[in-house]
Design a protein around this ligand. Structure first.
Ligand code: FMN
Length: 414
């Protein structure tokens, strides 16, 4: 069940320091990397079937292939370290315990897309992790791992860490790029056809911290070694999280396709204090909630979660026991989304704030059945009518929680 590829060094003392990192495999993929052409590296990653681990699960190889080759403009790798999805805390484990793995992944990935400058965008509040990562970057420059000649090879790479100002929406890739360009973090309109991201009009790739950190293993061991784990459509592993009323909360690296209930009961140790599991969200708060009796047969992969009416998301599972009152959960989530809506699209700006106010009125005992019906109808307003998928996530919350726990919501209204 547990397979350590990305988390291999997490338990080693001082694994974040360059000396210890190098004693434990870090940067060992680079010799092979530089014996290959960038095209061959891209092909290896493509064949590995590596999927993005920031929530959407897009193929990393397919995304990298969107970069024109040759490109008449500089190309950029942008690493998304914004990690603001409630219930998600996996990327920070990499930054804390193995920042050199991320830097090694950045070198491999930048080389594949012929980029000489990579940016890491980290959420402003993550001061500790930003400092830790910057220290690792400084160490890497000092050791000649970054800079004009990466480890003495004929390849130049600069890495810049950029701290955001603390906004959930800046994790959305196009808002992130806008913010990195010095503008307000508003998502961009989606192009009609598949395109790279455009950073100052230059073709760029945005990938999650864990996605990029998975690349050194693929280069060093080959795509087949990666495909030996997981399932046909979901190769490899992912850092799955458990938080909430579980006995053993934390981050665990598992093969895709692991049985969800086994994960909860065997690794998670079941629910705390002998209580029963009531419900969970599988991958951050933006996924549909699942009731305990809906979990039979679910495996931790994109297809299985979709077939069971939710999504894998970030793999950050939030577990709630039988003492949890769902209207309070929904109010808590609405407050978060109300605060974080960037306000660019009217349905989102107005719809999320309205949902929050209505839920407050209902929880205060002043709501009517009509208010609940209005709340349910807001899901239509929020779904599919905005630039990004922030508003649809709120629609998923309305639909799944209210429909699955109707009695609790209707018990509050006259
Ligand atoms: C509101 C919102 C917030 C997001 N936050 C993050 C985030 O914090 N980190 C992340 O990697 N992806 C986040 N994403 C997904 C990114 O838009 C993008 O798909 C991802 O960074 C691509 O990397 P990947 O293919 O390696 O997963 C978010 C998306 C949305 C709509």
């Amino acid at each position: 069940m547990i397979k350590k590829i990305v988390s291999k060094n997490f338990d080693i003392k001082d694994s974040h320091k360059l000396k210890v990192a190098r004693e434990n495999d870090r940067y060992s993929s680079l010799k092979k990397l530089f014996s290959m052409s960038p095209e061959a590296v891209l092909d290896e990653v493509d064949k590995s079937g590596l999927r993005g681990k920031g929530g959407g699960g897009a193929s990393a190889g397919a995304k990298w292939k969107l970069i024109p080759n040759p490109s008449d403009k500089p190309t950029y790798l942008i690493v998304n370290a914004d990690e603001s999805e409630p219930g998600t805390f996996k990327d920070r484990q990499i930054l804390e315990y193995d920042p050199h793995l991320l830097i090694e992944g950045i070198i491999c990935s930048s080389y594949a897309i012929k980029s000489n400058h990579a940016y890491i965008y980290i959420r402003g509040e993550y001061v500790f992790w930003a400092k830790r990562l910057q220290t690792a970057i400084d160490e890497a420059y000092e050791a000649g791992i970054l800079g004009d000649n990466v480890l003495g090879y004929d390849y130049k790479l600069e890495v810049t860490l950029h701290r955001g100002a603390g906004a959930y929406i800046c994790g959305e890739k196009s808002a992130l790029v806008e913010s990195l360009e010095g503008k307000r973090g508003h998502p961009r309109l989606k192009p009609k056809q598949k395109e790279p991201e455009w950073f100052f009009d230059c073709p760029s790739v945005v990938n999650n911290v864990e996605t990029i950190s998975s690349v050194p293993f693929i280069i060093k061991e080959g795509f087949e070694a990666y495909r030996a784990y997981g399932t046909e459509k979901n190769p490899g592993t992912m850092l799955f999280g458990m938080s909430g009323h579980i006995k053993n909360p934390g981050i665990y690296e598992l093969e895709f396709g692991t049985n969800m209930l086994e994960f909860i009961n065997k690794i998670g140790g079941g629910m705390r204090d002998g209580k029963k599991l009531k419900a969970l969200v599988p991958g951050g708060s933006s996924c549909h909630v699942l009731k305990a009796d809906e979990l039979e047969g679910i495996t931790l992969d994109y297809e299985s979660l979709k077939a069971h009416g939710s999504s894998l998301g970030t793999g950050g599972m939030i577990l709630m026991d039988e003492t949890v009152f769902m209207p309070k959960v929904v109010k808590n989530l609405f407050e978060f989304y109300h605060h974080e809506s960037c306000g660019q699209c009217t349905p989102c700006r107005e719809g999320v704030s309205w949902s929050d106010k209505l839920m407050g009125k209902i929880l205060d005992g002043n709501g009517t059945k009509k208010d609940l019906d209005t709340l349910l109808s807001l899901s239509f307003l929020l779904n599919g009518k905005s630039i990004c998928v922030f508003a649809p996530s709120v629609a998923f919350i309305i639909d799944s929680y209210i429909n699955k726990f109707k009695d609790e919501f209707y018990s509050l209204v006259k």
